[in-house]
Design a protein around this ligand. Structure first.
Ligand code: FAD
Length: 295
């Protein structure tokens, strides 16, 4: 069975938008194809008439500081993100997440745009972007707009992007003195592409006090969301074992983990959540001290 009839490779965003508007029949955007091709082959996605490959568009490949923010194009391969000194400096959680995803062959073609647009609630790259407070840039025939990561999800595997919209890239705040992030996950050794549990944290340290914190946990619910009760338990507090324990308890009260047939039991996820949370927070806390002392 043919999975598509026409394959287009536009060189600009405008040409890609025109192709989306004018192609006949059903259409899908493709980047690395590591999610989409499996979905097509295994019948989770209906066959398409036209695939529009966005990987030849130079503006989707930017990775640079732009107007005081770190810009990462939607079509930059994960391996390039993981190795980037800029990402390691300003977004350690994303460097760690993209460096852990899949294996080297997949990382060389898979993209951050595809990871987010595929809309799974525990996708590693998306969780790191959430903790890092990234904004997505979206192009459509109506112009450009920016949206927070949570606004891109409608439900598990269901993106809120409209059919005529293209993810251009992600804008992340630069890390200031005393700010750092970390990503931790537990994965089954093989056979599944999503983690048993992942946690991304970002924090701002002022001396021995945690001035601000963002925590993203996946899977936490049908769409990615932050663990706000755990964040509230930590914000403004001294970084002590008591504060970490309060955050763990708040996280477990707030989380609606469930048993998944292919990945883990609810009990195992609850057990891991406390361990990964404390590990990610302690790592980011130590990194923030180094970042403080360099300034
Ligand atoms: C063996 C294997 C291991 C994996 N391991 C992991 C893992 O550890 N962690 C993890 O999170 N994921 C994992 N994945 C899933 C997958 O590799 C990632 O989600 C990857 O980032 C998807 O990117 P892609 O470029 O291949 O997306 P594609 O498959 O090309 O596209 C995915 C979806 O996004 C849409 N899309 C792509 N780009 C755009 C754009 N610019 N604008 C709008 N829509 C767009 C497509 O239409 C499609 O719906 C794994 C996959 C495989 C095959």
């Amino acid at each position: 069975m043919t999975l598509w009839k026409h394959y287009l490779r536009p060189q600009t965003i405008d040409d890609a938008l025109k192709a989306l508007a004018s192609a006949q029949g059903s259409i899908a955007i493709i980047a690395g194809g590591t999610d989409l091709m499996l979905d097509l082959q295994q019948g989770r996605h209906p066959p398409v008439d036209t695939l529009i490959d966005v990987t030849a568009i130079p503006s989707l490949h930017g990775l640079e500081v732009r107007e005081g923010r770190l810009f990462i194009g939607a079509a930059v391969p994960l391996s390039q993100i993981a190795a980037s000194p800029l990402v390691r400096q300003h977004a350690q959680a994303l460097a760690e997440a993209t460096g852990m995803m899949a294996g080297p062959q997949v990382r060389n073609v898979a993209t951050l745009g595809g990871n987010v647009a595929h809309a799974l609630p525990a996708a590693d790259g998306a969780m790191a972007l959430l903790a890092l407070d990234a904004q997505a840039e979206i192009a459509s025939p109506r112009g450009r707009r920016w949206e927070p990561i949570v606004a891109l999800y409608r439900g598990p595997g269901e993106s809120a992007l409209a059919a005529d919209e293209i993810l251009v890239g992600f804008h992340l705040p630069l890390a200031s003195a005393g700010q750092a992030s970390a990503f931790r996950r537990v994965m089954r050794p093989q056979g599944v592409a999503l983690p048993v549990l992942n946690i991304a944290v970002w924090l701002a340290r002022e001396g021995e006090r945690l001035a601000d914190v963002r925590i993203a946990v996946g899977p936490f619910g049908p769409v990615p969301r932050r663990a706000q009760a755990a964040e509230n338990a930590l914000r403004g507090q001294p970084f002590t074992p008591q504060a970490l324990e309060a955050a763990r308890e708040a996280l477990l009260q707030e989380a609606r983990f469930r048993t998944s047939r292919y990945r883990a039991t609810l009990e195992y996820r609850r057990h891991l959540a406390g361990i990964l949370l404390q590990d990610a927070l302690s790592t980011a806390w130590k990194r923030a001290a180094i970042a403080q002392s360099r300034d």
